[in-house]
Each structure stands twice: as structure tokens, then as C-alpha cells.
Design a protein around this ligand. Sequence first.
Ligand SMILES: [Zn+2]
Length: 512
Amino acid sequence: MTLRLHNTLTRTLQDFHPLAPGRVTLYSCGPTVWSYAHIGNFRTFLFVDLLRRWLTARGHEVYHIMNLTDVDDRIIKEAGKQGTSIDELVAPFIVAFHEDREYLRIVPAHEYPRATDFVEAMVRLVEGLLGTGVAYRGEDGSVYFAIDRFPAYGRLSQLDRRELKTGASGRVSTDEYDKENARDFVLWKAAKPEDEAVSAAWDAPFGRGRPGWHLECSAMALELIGRRFGVKVLDIHTGGVDLIFPHHEDEIAQSCAYTGEGDFAKLWMHGAFLRVSGAKMSKRFGNITTARDLKEDGIDPGAIRLLVYQTHYRQELDLTHDALTAAGEGARRLGEFGRRLAAVAGTTDDAGFAAAAEQLERGFILAMNDDLNSPRAVAELFDFVSTGNRLLDQGAHPGKRAREAWRFADAVLDATTVPAVREVKLLGTITPTGAGTTDLVTDGLDEPGETPPEHPALQTAWAEAWTRKRLSAKGKRDFAEADRIRALLASHGWEVRDRKDGVAEVFRKPSQ
Ligand SMILES: [Zn+2]
């Protein structure tokens, strides 16, 4: 059973074979961190999460890079308006991005390079392109890429079939999209007073300035895979469909002209749009636009994942109130079955469970190997839940097979509602290996203060008391308070973990 994935380069499904066996380099265009990321961005990131988890499930070692664009036209303009530096403007939104990512259970990338940390690599790339003659300095002091000197330009977006005017209108110096014209695009923008005012200018041999948006991804991807593996070609590059032209077309031109390779990435995968429909999505906000709107509305992340994965990543998705409600019920049903399955002990499967487990495994793998057909994979999982519930009602016994099949599918989709935390368990110190915890019994404090008491025994009671307060905040869907308490505990060396079986564990983190 080979994994087949859709390649935008060829518009066909292709068998996936990584360039180096067992290892996959994956680059994903990440968020521009000038505001909270839109739920549409997160749909793309959830598609990447599915891809990442599936590659891992099939035994590949994935090296995943997702960039954070922390300098571009919009960021500079906004920082100027607020009278701050680009660095200060983006800082809270980087934190927010990771909070949203964690909320949606998205596995973190191995690298989150920030464009401003890779300016040296960008300067090297521009110098290389000037050296080969595909780049030139304009009279405005900026450096441009001459698309007519790169014959493969337009391959990804199939420019020749799209009747775009190639090179007809000179060149373009903004980071913003221009879908109507294929023009020479800017690699390096000469510094203007408004760039200097927000600390968005760097020295370079070809003049002080700042990188263009397209350049950032090429330079960071090449730098990181070069450092790590000494290679110049990515296995997979992902992004939203809106990035195919000109952003990805420009990334290919810059990268291939620089490395001399025929490809920048072997496989280009693009996620379709998400549309938010209906003004009644949320009573509190009028409408949902960002991931944190959903969080603040108390929407279960399992429901969002289920909703997203019930549509194939290359199909547009309508986010509606009804669809979200239905997905919420589905995720709860999955969560309840998971708990029911785990509650029955035993290692040997009855015949019914063995057959159902085999069916789930086979169906799930077939579906996911077919260009990540998650709607079909989800259907297989619900078939298993229906059969499993019926078997459990009849008193049949699930064993190791059934639980493993369930865990295998659950680890990929991660779309179950985690049961509400009902119990707090206070545990001892986590050893560096994570093992050997000790139960500590304390009386607890009713009204813990903001700082822990001095006596060690009271400190554990303090942590437990705050964890209980966090639990009741979560029960009231006051997630802001729950997050604040988690941060308060963390700042005093305690870590809270919500287990899937409804227990919140509190750990004393090992001191450095
Ligand atoms: Zn990019």
C-alpha cells in the first residue's frame, strides 16, 4: 500500500518516495505574525498536521519547518502606525500563534524560523542571484528577479494556461499578491525612512534594505535543510492555494536559480480555502474569524479537527454553526467510545472485535494513503465506533487489537473530545526521565494566594488548590482564567497535565 499524494506541479496523484529513504523534509509557509491568525490559516495548518502525523504513522522521520513572517509590508505599516518596532509589534502574536496551535492540538514543527533571524542567509541568496545574472538592481536601489531569465518560471502555476500577462507591466515592489500580472518581483527592497523608523532595515553589499516576502521562505528553507542534512531540495512544500501564485512560483524561481537544482521541492501540496458562513456563528462575537474566537466560545478542539477532517484538504470547507455543532456531537461520541473501550480490561479480542479492528486498520490506511482521504478515514472510525458500541452492549470483549487499532486512528486524527477533568491528582517531582512519580496526600488550601507558602508541604497543597480552581474555571468555560492559573503554576515550577481519562495531574517540574 503506497502513499499517493497530489502534486500541484503536475496536477496528478503521485506515489510518494522521499529523496532519502525514511526521512522527509517538510516546509510549510507559516503565519504572518502581525495579528491573530485567521481560522482559514489554521485550516491549512491542520491539513499540514494531518500530513505530518500520517507520514510519521507510516514510519517516516519528518523534519518539519514552519516559518514565521515577522517582516513584510503590512507589519512595517502597522508598526509605523503604532509608533513601535516590528519586533515589539509581532512579539505577542508569536505567543498567540503557539497558544492557538496548542489549543488545536497541532504537533509543533521542529523549527519555527523567524525571517529577521535569517537576514544573513537572505543576503547570501541575493548575492548569489546577482552573481548568476538572474537578479538586477533597479534604479530605485532595490534588487529584482528577472523572470524572463528563468525559463521554468510559471511551471507551478501553469502560467501559460492562465493567460497572464508575462512581464508586460515591468516589475512589482510590494509583498502583496498580484494575480493578474507575472512581473519581475522584488528580492531586496531598498531601505526607506519608514523602514528605518520601525527597525526593519539591514546592511547588505548591494545596499541597505530588507528582504522581500518571497525571498524569506527560500532562504530559510535552504539554510535549514542545508545545515541539517547538506541537501538543497525539499521533499514536500505546503501552503494554502492562494500562495501558488505568485509566492510559490517566486520561491521556486529564486531557489532553483540559486542552487542550480531542477526542483526546490519534489512535491507541492496546497490546502483549499475555508469559508466562514452565517453571521450567527457566535453569540458573543457576532462572528468567528480567528482560532481564539472558537476557543473563547468554548468550542472543543476535537470538534474543530473533526469538522476540518470531514472534508478533503483539496475541497473548500464551509464553517457553519450547524456543521460545528454536529462535529461537536461526533467528537463527543468518539471520546465516549474511547473511554468505554479503555474501561474494559483484557488482552484477548473476541472474534467480533478482532474483525472490526482489522477492518478499521485496513480501511483507515487505504483511505489515508489515497491523498490523505480523511473524510473516508473518519467514516471508517465511526463504523468502528458503531460496531464496537454494539459489541460492548452485547457483552463482547475488546482486547489489545481493538485498542491498538483505535489508538492508531486516534493518534492521526486526534479528533475526540477529551472528557472533562473530574479529578485532581497531585503527584511528586518528575524525575528527569519522567518516571518514578510519588503520590502526595495533602489537605489542600481553600483560598490559595498568588504566591506559594514557604513550607514545602504547604506548597504542594497550594498547587493542588490552584489546580482545583483551574478545574472550576474550565467548568465555567472561563478559559482565560484557566490559562492564567496554568501560567501562575508554571511560574512557580508546577506543571498541569489534563489526562484523557479525566484526571488533571500536577507535577513539580525538575529544577535545572
Ligand atoms: Zn512561503
